[in-house]
Design a protein around this ligand. Sequence first.
Ligand SMILES: CC(C)(COP(=O)(O)OP(=O)(O)OC[C@H]1O[C@@H](n2cnc3c(N)ncnc32)[C@H](O)[C@@H]1OP(=O)(O)O)[C@@H](O)C(=O)NCCC(=O)NCCS
Length: 392
Amino acid sequence: MEECVFIDGVRTPNGRAHREKGYFRKLRPDELLTCAYEGLFKRNPAVSPESVDAVFVGCANPSGMQNDIGRLGWLASGLPASVPSNTLTNQCPSGMSATMHGARAIITGEADTIVSAGVEDMEKVPMGAYIDFPPRLLKYYNGADLLMGATAEKVAEQWNISREDMENMAVWSNKKAAAAKNSGKFKNEIIPVMGLDDDGREILVEHDQWIRDTVDVAKMATMSSPFKPNGVVTSATASPLTQGASAIILMSRKKADKLGLPYTYKYRMGALAGCDPTIMGIGPVPAIKKIFEKTGLSPEDIGAIELNEAFASQSLACIRDLKLDNENAPFDRVNVWGGAIALGHPLGQSGARVLVTLLNVMKTEFPDERYGLASLCGAFGNGAALLIEKVS
Ligand SMILES: CC(C)(COP(=O)(O)OP(=O)(O)OC[C@H]1O[C@@H](n2cnc3c(N)ncnc32)[C@H](O)[C@@H]1OP(=O)(O)O)[C@@H](O)C(=O)NCCC(=O)NCCS
């Protein structure tokens, strides 16, 4: 078995998925992917695109502009046709699944250098667009119960998560994200991209569009649920609609040593898990449990955890169920630079984004810790978790 190390990872800023207000409203998702590839190769000149064995790209909705975006986005970036690409979907964990596939190819010796990526533009290819549920599925599930907001409401009810706790989490997610942004902590992970401001003027975008420097707590308390009459999940406690791309270079340790490339963390283990699709937000629980069971680790052994905040309800349920951190925000090791409620959640991109953030958080805030963990839930009952380990 080979060891797979993380050489580098980057992402574009996350833009709002809005036809008139989104920073990247004039860019296509493949163009965002190009920005991530260009940024990655530019700052890693020792890794030529020709030397990449394969590109794995996660996307939650690979239809329309995102149809086979792994292959078409690579070719449209002017990158070598000799490098094979694979578009894959696992809903929100797609970018993480792409990384697992890449890492496993390296660990088995089938590849030396892999680029894994994630991309989504929820404005150009809206969530659920072109979906056609198999009619037989509706024998087992009510279609309305499978919608993301409905699952978040159900998790809030079943795990007894109060609206107050969710709003507190949303406030802290924004606070931590704003503090990280304002102190330049995202500089190493974000590749600035030219975009447009509200008035259509060209600007260099260096930060995520959704982060709120201050949260209007009074307004938040008056918002109603778009998902359920008298529901408790609101726009403020849900991840917003977003666009963005992220890319990572994975390499066998042997090859990295041969090229003299530095690295700090290696891929230790990945796990996919399934759960009841009507409470899909709970997906990280079985996925992280698999990792703990197989490694013998427990939450105390983990330095930083990046847990994708699809909704505050499901994040709190996972944190409490697995005792990952305090019962309520602020958290000590979960999403210490904020989470998707503030940063945004471009579905297929987020699985790669949480890994890129995890690598930076570990290096910056937890340099002495050995393990870092990232996890996401995904539509229709998908869960994924990935453990990284400091190289000794
Ligand atoms: C919740 C959701 C439907 C809202 O979408 P939207 O209607 O486009 O709404 P916006 O995000 O623009 O926000 C609606 C309003 O809430 C306000 N708002 C959002 N967060 C707020 C906060 N923290 N404090 C105060 N106001 C807030 C916005 O400013 C906006 O108000 P305005 O219209 O007065 O400007 C959408 O974001 C969504 O579906 N999110 C979940 C995505 C998802 O399911 N992802 C997959 C998870 S697995």
